[in-house]
Design a protein around this ligand. Structure first.
Ligand SMILES: [Fe+2]
Length: 344
Protein backbone atom coordinates (compact mmCIF):
# COMPACT_ATOMS: atom_id res chain seq x y z
CA UNK A 1 0.00 0.00 0.00
CA UNK A 2 2.76 2.40 0.99
CA UNK A 3 4.69 1.78 -2.21
CA UNK A 4 1.56 2.40 -4.27
CA UNK A 5 0.80 5.68 -2.50
CA UNK A 6 4.41 6.77 -2.95
CA UNK A 7 4.06 6.03 -6.66
CA UNK A 8 0.91 8.16 -6.81
CA UNK A 9 2.77 11.05 -5.20
CA UNK A 10 5.74 10.66 -7.53
CA UNK A 11 3.51 10.67 -10.57
CA UNK A 12 1.61 13.74 -9.39
CA UNK A 13 4.62 15.89 -8.54
CA UNK A 14 6.82 14.93 -11.49
CA UNK A 15 4.76 16.67 -14.18
CA UNK A 16 7.11 18.77 -16.31
CA UNK A 17 4.30 20.63 -18.11
CA UNK A 18 5.22 23.90 -16.52
CA UNK A 19 9.00 23.54 -16.89
CA UNK A 20 11.05 25.36 -19.53
CA UNK A 21 11.40 23.11 -22.59
CA UNK A 22 14.83 21.55 -23.24
CA UNK A 23 16.07 21.04 -26.77
CA UNK A 24 19.02 18.89 -27.79
CA UNK A 25 20.82 20.32 -30.84
CA UNK A 26 22.91 17.76 -32.72
CA UNK A 27 25.22 19.11 -35.42
CA UNK A 28 28.89 18.40 -36.07
CA UNK A 29 29.51 21.85 -37.59
CA UNK A 30 30.23 24.28 -34.73
CA UNK A 31 29.02 27.38 -36.60
CA UNK A 32 25.70 25.89 -37.70
CA UNK A 33 25.16 24.48 -34.22
CA UNK A 34 25.83 27.78 -32.48
CA UNK A 35 23.43 29.62 -34.84
CA UNK A 36 20.64 27.21 -33.87
CA UNK A 37 21.58 27.41 -30.19
CA UNK A 38 21.43 31.24 -30.34
CA UNK A 39 17.92 31.17 -31.84
CA UNK A 40 16.68 28.74 -29.18
CA UNK A 41 18.29 30.56 -26.25
CA UNK A 42 16.80 33.86 -27.45
CA UNK A 43 13.37 32.18 -27.37
CA UNK A 44 13.89 31.04 -23.78
CA UNK A 45 14.61 27.34 -24.34
CA UNK A 46 17.17 25.37 -22.36
CA UNK A 47 19.64 24.00 -24.86
CA UNK A 48 21.85 20.90 -24.84
CA UNK A 49 24.47 20.31 -27.52
CA UNK A 50 26.06 17.27 -29.15
CA UNK A 51 28.48 17.12 -32.08
CA UNK A 52 28.12 13.42 -32.91
CA UNK A 53 25.53 10.64 -32.92
CA UNK A 54 26.87 8.66 -29.97
CA UNK A 55 26.97 11.72 -27.70
CA UNK A 56 23.45 12.62 -28.87
CA UNK A 57 22.14 9.19 -27.83
CA UNK A 58 23.85 9.40 -24.44
CA UNK A 59 22.46 12.86 -23.72
CA UNK A 60 18.98 11.91 -24.93
CA UNK A 61 18.86 8.95 -22.50
CA UNK A 62 20.32 10.95 -19.60
CA UNK A 63 18.56 14.30 -20.05
CA UNK A 64 15.30 13.27 -21.77
CA UNK A 65 14.94 16.53 -23.74
CA UNK A 66 11.53 17.73 -24.97
CA UNK A 67 12.69 17.70 -28.60
CA UNK A 68 15.80 16.98 -30.66
CA UNK A 69 17.06 18.95 -33.66
CA UNK A 70 19.11 16.34 -35.47
CA UNK A 71 21.44 16.92 -38.39
CA UNK A 72 20.83 14.26 -41.01
CA UNK A 73 24.49 13.93 -41.93
CA UNK A 74 26.77 13.20 -38.99
CA UNK A 75 30.17 11.53 -39.03
CA UNK A 76 30.16 8.03 -37.54
CA UNK A 77 26.61 7.29 -36.48
CA UNK A 78 24.38 9.21 -38.90
CA UNK A 79 21.15 11.00 -38.04
CA UNK A 80 18.86 8.25 -39.34
CA UNK A 81 20.58 5.62 -37.16
CA UNK A 82 20.39 7.91 -34.12
CA UNK A 83 16.67 8.44 -34.68
CA UNK A 84 15.97 4.72 -35.17
CA UNK A 85 17.76 3.93 -31.89
CA UNK A 86 15.84 6.63 -30.03
CA UNK A 87 12.54 5.29 -31.33
CA UNK A 88 13.41 1.71 -30.36
CA UNK A 89 13.90 2.57 -26.66
CA UNK A 90 10.90 2.96 -24.37
CA UNK A 91 12.26 5.97 -22.46
CA UNK A 92 13.25 8.00 -25.54
CA UNK A 93 10.70 6.97 -28.15
CA UNK A 94 8.26 9.79 -27.33
CA UNK A 95 10.87 12.54 -27.87
CA UNK A 96 10.04 14.30 -31.16
CA UNK A 97 12.96 14.42 -33.59
CA UNK A 98 13.17 17.20 -36.16
CA UNK A 99 15.67 16.43 -38.91
CA UNK A 100 17.70 19.36 -40.17
CA UNK A 101 19.77 19.33 -43.35
CA UNK A 102 21.19 21.48 -46.13
CA UNK A 103 20.60 18.89 -48.81
CA UNK A 104 16.87 18.42 -48.90
CA UNK A 105 15.46 15.95 -51.40
CA UNK A 106 12.51 13.60 -51.59
CA UNK A 107 14.54 10.48 -50.70
CA UNK A 108 16.10 11.98 -47.59
CA UNK A 109 12.72 13.33 -46.43
CA UNK A 110 11.08 9.92 -46.85
CA UNK A 111 13.99 8.17 -45.12
CA UNK A 112 13.72 10.62 -42.20
CA UNK A 113 10.04 9.96 -41.64
CA UNK A 114 10.58 6.20 -42.04
CA UNK A 115 13.22 6.38 -39.29
CA UNK A 116 10.63 7.97 -36.94
CA UNK A 117 11.35 11.67 -37.50
CA UNK A 118 8.47 14.00 -36.64
CA UNK A 119 9.48 16.81 -38.99
CA UNK A 120 12.06 17.90 -41.52
CA UNK A 121 13.59 21.41 -41.82
CA UNK A 122 16.06 22.88 -44.23
CA UNK A 123 19.15 24.91 -43.28
CA UNK A 124 19.55 27.79 -42.89
CA UNK A 125 16.74 27.55 -40.38
CA UNK A 126 13.81 29.92 -40.65
CA UNK A 127 13.35 31.19 -37.10
CA UNK A 128 9.56 31.52 -37.25
CA UNK A 129 9.07 28.13 -38.89
CA UNK A 130 11.38 26.45 -36.37
CA UNK A 131 9.54 27.99 -33.41
CA UNK A 132 6.09 27.11 -34.79
CA UNK A 133 7.04 23.47 -35.37
CA UNK A 134 8.83 23.12 -32.05
CA UNK A 135 5.94 24.58 -30.04
CA UNK A 136 3.45 22.28 -31.67
CA UNK A 137 5.58 19.13 -31.23
CA UNK A 138 6.46 19.93 -27.63
CA UNK A 139 2.82 20.65 -26.75
CA UNK A 140 1.82 17.31 -28.26
CA UNK A 141 4.57 15.46 -26.41
CA UNK A 142 3.64 17.02 -23.07
CA UNK A 143 0.00 16.14 -23.59
CA UNK A 144 0.97 12.52 -24.25
CA UNK A 145 3.29 12.50 -21.23
CA UNK A 146 0.52 13.91 -19.03
CA UNK A 147 -1.87 11.21 -20.25
CA UNK A 148 0.75 8.59 -19.51
CA UNK A 149 1.19 9.99 -16.01
CA UNK A 150 -2.57 10.03 -15.45
CA UNK A 151 -2.67 6.35 -16.39
CA UNK A 152 0.17 5.71 -13.97
CA UNK A 153 -1.75 7.44 -11.17
CA UNK A 154 -4.81 5.32 -11.94
CA UNK A 155 -2.69 2.13 -11.89
CA UNK A 156 -1.26 3.07 -8.50
CA UNK A 157 -4.67 3.87 -7.01
CA UNK A 158 -6.09 0.61 -8.36
CA UNK A 159 -3.17 -1.34 -6.91
CA UNK A 160 -3.61 0.34 -3.51
CA UNK A 161 -7.31 -0.58 -3.59
CA UNK A 162 -6.55 -4.18 -4.55
CA UNK A 163 -4.14 -4.50 -1.64
CA UNK A 164 -6.73 -3.01 0.70
CA UNK A 165 -9.09 -5.95 0.53
CA UNK A 166 -7.35 -8.84 -1.11
CA UNK A 167 -3.76 -8.76 0.13
CA UNK A 168 -2.76 -8.92 -3.52
CA UNK A 169 0.95 -8.42 -3.53
CA UNK A 170 2.93 -7.09 -6.49
CA UNK A 171 4.24 -10.58 -7.25
CA UNK A 172 0.65 -11.94 -7.28
CA UNK A 173 -0.30 -9.14 -9.67
CA UNK A 174 2.63 -10.00 -11.93
CA UNK A 175 1.53 -13.66 -11.95
CA UNK A 176 -1.97 -12.57 -12.84
CA UNK A 177 -0.72 -10.36 -15.69
CA UNK A 178 1.46 -13.20 -16.99
CA UNK A 179 -1.56 -15.55 -16.92
CA UNK A 180 -3.69 -12.99 -18.77
CA UNK A 181 -1.03 -12.45 -21.44
CA UNK A 182 -0.46 -16.18 -21.84
CA UNK A 183 -4.19 -16.94 -22.23
CA UNK A 184 -4.57 -14.06 -24.69
CA UNK A 185 -1.66 -15.42 -26.72
CA UNK A 186 -3.10 -18.94 -26.54
CA UNK A 187 -6.39 -17.61 -27.98
CA UNK A 188 -4.46 -15.88 -30.78
CA UNK A 189 -5.62 -12.39 -29.73
CA UNK A 190 -3.94 -9.40 -31.37
CA UNK A 191 -1.40 -7.46 -29.30
CA UNK A 192 -3.82 -4.55 -28.80
CA UNK A 193 -6.44 -6.87 -27.24
CA UNK A 194 -3.85 -8.44 -24.93
CA UNK A 195 -2.78 -4.94 -23.89
CA UNK A 196 -6.42 -4.06 -23.16
CA UNK A 197 -6.79 -7.19 -21.01
CA UNK A 198 -3.63 -6.30 -19.07
CA UNK A 199 -4.80 -2.70 -18.58
CA UNK A 200 -8.12 -4.04 -17.28
CA UNK A 201 -6.27 -6.37 -14.90
CA UNK A 202 -4.45 -3.33 -13.53
CA UNK A 203 -7.48 -1.05 -13.37
CA UNK A 204 -10.62 -3.09 -12.69
CA UNK A 205 -10.38 -2.58 -8.92
CA UNK A 206 -10.76 1.19 -9.43
CA UNK A 207 -14.51 0.68 -9.28
CA UNK A 208 -14.29 -0.29 -5.59
CA UNK A 209 -13.09 3.24 -4.76
CA UNK A 210 -16.45 4.42 -3.41
CA UNK A 211 -17.49 1.21 -1.65
CA UNK A 212 -17.01 1.31 2.14
CA UNK A 213 -14.74 -1.29 3.76
CA UNK A 214 -17.66 -2.46 5.92
CA UNK A 215 -19.34 -3.71 2.76
CA UNK A 216 -16.30 -4.67 0.73
CA UNK A 217 -14.68 -6.72 3.50
CA UNK A 218 -17.88 -8.21 4.89
CA UNK A 219 -17.65 -11.99 5.25
CA UNK A 220 -21.33 -12.56 6.19
CA UNK A 221 -23.98 -12.69 3.44
CA UNK A 222 -24.64 -9.27 1.89
CA UNK A 223 -27.99 -7.54 2.15
CA UNK A 224 -29.70 -6.56 -1.10
CA UNK A 225 -28.67 -2.87 -0.83
CA UNK A 226 -25.08 -3.92 -0.07
CA UNK A 227 -25.04 -6.25 -3.05
CA UNK A 228 -26.38 -3.48 -5.26
CA UNK A 229 -23.67 -1.16 -3.96
CA UNK A 230 -20.93 -3.66 -4.85
CA UNK A 231 -22.43 -4.11 -8.29
CA UNK A 232 -21.88 -0.41 -8.89
CA UNK A 233 -18.12 -1.04 -9.14
CA UNK A 234 -18.37 -1.90 -12.84
CA UNK A 235 -20.01 1.44 -13.62
CA UNK A 236 -17.71 3.46 -11.37
CA UNK A 237 -14.61 1.90 -12.98
CA UNK A 238 -16.01 2.67 -16.44
CA UNK A 239 -16.81 6.26 -15.41
CA UNK A 240 -13.30 6.91 -14.01
CA UNK A 241 -11.57 5.66 -17.17
CA UNK A 242 -14.05 7.18 -19.64
CA UNK A 243 -12.25 10.52 -20.20
CA UNK A 244 -8.94 8.87 -21.14
CA UNK A 245 -8.75 8.27 -24.87
CA UNK A 246 -6.02 5.71 -24.29
CA UNK A 247 -8.36 3.56 -22.21
CA UNK A 248 -11.37 3.51 -24.53
CA UNK A 249 -10.72 -0.11 -25.49
CA UNK A 250 -11.08 -1.33 -21.90
CA UNK A 251 -14.40 0.41 -21.15
CA UNK A 252 -16.57 -2.49 -22.43
CA UNK A 253 -14.46 -4.96 -20.41
CA UNK A 254 -14.79 -2.88 -17.23
CA UNK A 255 -18.55 -2.55 -17.71
CA UNK A 256 -19.36 -6.12 -18.71
CA UNK A 257 -16.99 -8.36 -16.77
CA UNK A 258 -19.80 -9.54 -14.48
CA UNK A 259 -22.34 -10.36 -17.17
CA UNK A 260 -23.40 -14.00 -17.43
CA UNK A 261 -23.74 -16.15 -20.54
CA UNK A 262 -27.46 -16.73 -19.75
CA UNK A 263 -28.17 -13.04 -19.18
CA UNK A 264 -28.47 -13.25 -15.37
CA UNK A 265 -25.41 -11.06 -14.71
CA UNK A 266 -24.99 -7.30 -14.35
CA UNK A 267 -25.06 -4.39 -15.07
CA UNK A 268 -27.01 -4.80 -18.33
CA UNK A 269 -28.10 -8.44 -18.21
CA UNK A 270 -26.84 -9.07 -21.74
CA UNK A 271 -26.34 -12.69 -22.82
CA UNK A 272 -24.27 -14.99 -25.07
CA UNK A 273 -22.14 -13.47 -27.78
CA UNK A 274 -23.55 -9.99 -27.15
CA UNK A 275 -21.22 -9.90 -24.12
CA UNK A 276 -18.01 -8.31 -25.49
CA UNK A 277 -15.50 -11.05 -26.25
CA UNK A 278 -12.68 -9.49 -24.21
CA UNK A 279 -15.03 -9.15 -21.21
CA UNK A 280 -15.69 -12.89 -21.44
CA UNK A 281 -11.98 -13.66 -21.61
CA UNK A 282 -11.14 -11.30 -18.75
CA UNK A 283 -13.92 -12.78 -16.62
CA UNK A 284 -12.67 -16.37 -16.92
CA UNK A 285 -9.12 -15.40 -15.88
CA UNK A 286 -10.50 -13.14 -13.12
CA UNK A 287 -12.64 -15.90 -11.60
CA UNK A 288 -9.89 -18.52 -11.87
CA UNK A 289 -7.33 -16.17 -10.32
CA UNK A 290 -9.69 -15.32 -7.43
CA UNK A 291 -10.33 -19.02 -6.78
CA UNK A 292 -6.66 -20.06 -6.69
CA UNK A 293 -5.65 -17.02 -4.58
CA UNK A 294 -5.47 -16.82 -0.83
CA UNK A 295 -7.72 -14.08 0.56
CA UNK A 296 -8.37 -12.94 4.15
CA UNK A 297 -11.51 -15.04 4.42
CA UNK A 298 -10.65 -18.06 2.27
CA UNK A 299 -8.03 -20.65 1.45
CA UNK A 300 -6.87 -20.99 -2.16
CA UNK A 301 -8.34 -23.76 -4.31
CA UNK A 302 -6.08 -26.01 -6.36
CA UNK A 303 -6.09 -25.41 -10.16
CA UNK A 304 -8.17 -28.59 -10.63
CA UNK A 305 -10.72 -27.42 -8.05
CA UNK A 306 -10.89 -23.95 -9.64
CA UNK A 307 -11.45 -25.48 -13.09
CA UNK A 308 -14.20 -27.65 -11.59
CA UNK A 309 -15.93 -24.51 -10.28
CA UNK A 310 -15.74 -22.93 -13.74
CA UNK A 311 -17.25 -26.13 -15.16
CA UNK A 312 -20.14 -25.99 -12.73
CA UNK A 313 -20.73 -22.34 -13.67
CA UNK A 314 -20.67 -23.21 -17.37
CA UNK A 315 -23.17 -26.03 -16.79
CA UNK A 316 -25.43 -23.60 -14.91
CA UNK A 317 -25.35 -21.38 -17.97
CA UNK A 318 -23.28 -18.58 -16.44
CA UNK A 319 -20.14 -18.91 -18.58
CA UNK A 320 -19.40 -19.49 -22.24
CA UNK A 321 -18.87 -23.30 -22.23
CA UNK A 322 -16.53 -23.24 -25.24
CA UNK A 323 -14.34 -20.59 -23.64
CA UNK A 324 -14.22 -22.49 -20.32
CA UNK A 325 -13.13 -25.58 -22.27
CA UNK A 326 -10.41 -23.58 -24.03
CA UNK A 327 -9.25 -22.26 -20.66
CA UNK A 328 -9.11 -25.79 -19.24
CA UNK A 329 -6.91 -26.95 -22.14
CA UNK A 330 -4.74 -23.84 -21.77
CA UNK A 331 -4.20 -24.44 -18.01
CA UNK A 332 -3.35 -28.12 -18.66
CA UNK A 333 -0.85 -27.04 -21.29
CA UNK A 334 0.70 -24.56 -18.86
CA UNK A 335 0.96 -27.25 -16.19
CA UNK A 336 2.61 -29.65 -18.64
CA UNK A 337 5.09 -26.97 -19.72
CA UNK A 338 5.87 -26.15 -16.07
CA UNK A 339 6.37 -29.86 -15.32
CA UNK A 340 8.99 -30.30 -18.03
CA UNK A 341 10.87 -27.08 -17.14
CA UNK A 342 14.15 -27.89 -15.37
CA UNK A 343 14.35 -26.53 -11.79
CA UNK A 344 15.83 -23.04 -11.67
FE1 LIG B 1 -15.33 -6.93 -10.76
Amino acid sequence: MISSLAQIGDALISSPSTQRARILVVDHRPLARSLTVDILCAEGYQVLEADNGFDALQQAVKELPDAILLDLFLPGLDGLSVCRRLKSQANTQSIPVIFVTVAENRESRLASFAAGGADFLRKPLDRLELMTRLRSLIAQKRLNDDLQRTKQVLYSIAQALAERYSERSNSRLEDRIALTEAFGTYLGLPETDIRALVDTTLLHDLGTLTIPDAVLLKTEPLTVPERDLIRQHVLIGEQICQPLRDLQSILPILRHHHERWDGSGYPDGIAGSTIPWLAQVFQIVDIYDALVSERPHKQPLSPAEALAVLDVEATRGWRNPKLVEQFRIFIRQQQLEAAIQPDA
